[in-house]
Write a protein that binds this ligand. Structure first.
Ligand code: AMP
Ligand code: ZN
Length: 110
């Protein structure tokens, strides 16, 4: 499958890893939109939030236990977690990912 994040998981494309375990990888966004901008992804390919179901939701729950660990490691107390689902929402990579944004005062959601 021609998925850039699967290629990152497989080591075909380099990344700046922040956290990794058997199910999850987190790495710095290549075009940061905030002083701290990390992406957290399941290693399993899911196309986006609309692919989450009872059978695979445990990895999403796990991601949400990893997110505060990453935030703490990076010194963030205040941060935003975002996932874009579909092109009109701004999704450009169709592998589920959660943006962690922080390090400055974040504006209103648009
Ligand atoms: P989204 O627009 O929500 O699909 O987010 C995709 C994010 O992936 C964007 O913020 C991109 O900057 C980021 N991105 C794309 N390619 C890479 C890469 N090779 N390494 C790190 N981040 C990437
Ligand atoms: Zn993928």
């Amino acid at each position: 499958m021609d998925c850039i994040f699967c290629k990152i998981v497989n080591g075909e494309i380099p990344n700046n890893t922040v956290y990794e375990d058997d199910r999850v990888l987190a790495f710095y966004d290549i075009e940061p939109k905030a002083p701290v901008h990390v992406l957290v992804i399941p290693k399993q390919h899911l196309r986006g939030a609309d692919a989450v179901c009872e059978e695979n939701a445990s990895v999403v729950a796990h991601i949400f236990t990893v997110i505060p660990q990453i935030a703490s490691k990076l010194g963030l107390t205040d941060y935003r977690v975002v996932t874009n689902n579909g092109a009109d929402a701004g999704q450009t990579v169709h592998h589920l990912h959660f943006h962690i944004l922080g390090g400055r005062t974040l504006g209103e959601m648009g």
